[in-house]
Design a protein. Sequence first.
Length: 237
Amino acid sequence: MPAIRVVLVEPKNEGNVGAVARSMKNFGARELVLVNPCRLGVQARQRAMRGIEILGAARTVGDLETALKETDLAIGTSGIDTESEKRFARISVTPRDFAARVAKMNGRVALLFGREDFGLLDEELRRCDLFVKIPADPDYPILNLSHAVTILLYELLSAGAIKHRTRAASGMEKEKLHEAFGSLLAETNYPVHKRARTQVMFRRLIGRAVPSTWEFHALMGVIQRATKRIQRLGRND
């Protein structure tokens, strides 16, 4: 599975940079590199939302070659393409085709996005191994920077080129869950001779499910709430 690096070449609007970080968070991309960017301030942080850590970890470099260092494939993007062999640098593939190709490879893939006003220069596109154009209405084919990033990351995720990153519950968290389940059995007066077998069954169930941290907290909350409710009812009786 490839590692995805998003490269923004001389972005001029800090809000767009923040929105790109947010989109990267949505689709599981983590590495952001900025080539000679505008100043990033409050607007960039506000637009980043939950992607603020991606924005904070973004690397700023002075030229494209540095941004492409240690990458195995460079993908250029633009709203303008051609079918003319004389302008081979701008003969494009579709986002879906590009994503399917990338999903089959390993290594680091750089997605290059150009300036908001005139995109990537021809010499920058010639440095790329592949060129992608997002289909749009010919009357207005140029997409907003963050929208273009979103579409390509969506295609990569759909093609399996980006892995869903959900952290599995740790061993300690699962043991706390088993303890809470045992307490619930006790508070409900579950037959003593059945408890050990039922707890083993529950352990096997959790083992097969491989719950995420979020799922652990949700299940833990339900069990603890039920246990405390039963305890309060017992005290009132």
